[in-house]
Design a protein. Structure first.
Length: 260
């Protein structure tokens, strides 16, 4: 995908966008004809920004993420990104016959990293996701949270400036999910990657995001954009944090997750 540059009013080159989505719509064929899933989505994501797509199941969040990833094409509109994005799903999708380190090395090999450098870089990435010493562990030896840490390290191994994450912690138990959210926030602060993150969990959106896009379903549209200005690291038990959750719930029109 091509790099998109915004233009200032005087025609000078301005801020480079990590991703730009312009008037994007998406339809799928159904029993009753074409079904409009996304309707006229326009969005710019700045370099280093953490943007969360928040909405109930079926609002088109994952569809939009797949379009940005290039896994599908929009029915209308255009999408451009600064380089090829890295993608992380709810399922870790690790190869069970490889060790944690070798799973990461595979991404490094596909990126063209020399064989002599791969192990060192894989171990550095494992240390970044707080799994130092796990290089030789098989997938079956890892807990669910550890597997997602390896999946995060593998995504980072692609060295993309744009990381797309589709509810990567939704299948984890509550305590592990909270720990993974803290880890991701720390890794993001250290790497300053641009992140577009899909969730239907309001607390998760408040904890992670610089900006939350609230989406409405049938078809999916951006209802509003809510900046989250709480200082980091964020305290989920603070009054300010809870007030942010309440504000998002008001925009959503009610609770969308039983944990909130």
């Amino acid at each position: 995908m091509a790099t998109t540059l915004a233009k200032a009013a005087d025609g000078a080159e301005a801020v480079e966008h990590a991703a730009r989505i312009e008037h994007v719509s998406k339809s799928f064929a159904g029993p009753a004809g074409q079904q409009l899933v996304l309707d006229d989505i326009t969005l710019d994501v700045a370099p280093g920004e953490f943007v969360t797509l928040l909405g109930a199941s079926g609002c088109g969040k994952s569809t939009l993420l797949n379009l940005v990833a290039g896994l599908d094409a929009p029915s209308a509109g255009s999408i451009s990104t600064n380089g090829r994005p890295a993608l992380m799903f709810q399922e870790h999708a690790l190869f069970p016959w490889l060790t944690a380190g070798k799973n990461i090395e595979l991404a490094l090999r596909l990126r063209g990293v020399a064989k002599t450098e791969r192990r060192e870089k894989a171990e550095e990435l494992l240390e970044l996701v707080r799994l130092k010493g796990a290089y030789g562990k098989r997938v079956h030896e890892l807990s669910g949270g550890m597997r997602q840490r390896v999946a995060l390290a593998r995504a980072l191994a692609q060295d993309s400036q744009l990381l797309l994450m589709d509810e990567p912690f939704a299948a984890l138990d509550a305590m592990t999910r909270d720990a993974m959210q803290r880890l991701l926030a720390e890794v993001w602060r250290e790497t300053r990657k641009t992140v577009v993150y899909v969730t239907h969990n309001v607390a998760e959106a408040v904890y992670l995001a610089d900006r939350v896009l609230v989406m409405t379903p049938h078809p999916g549209r951006v209802k509003c954009e809510i900046p989250i200005t709480l200082p980091r690291p964020r305290d989920p038990l603070s009054i300010e944090f809870l007030e942010c959750q309440k504000d998002l719930l008001r925009h959503l029109g009610g609770p969308v997750d039983e944990d909130n």
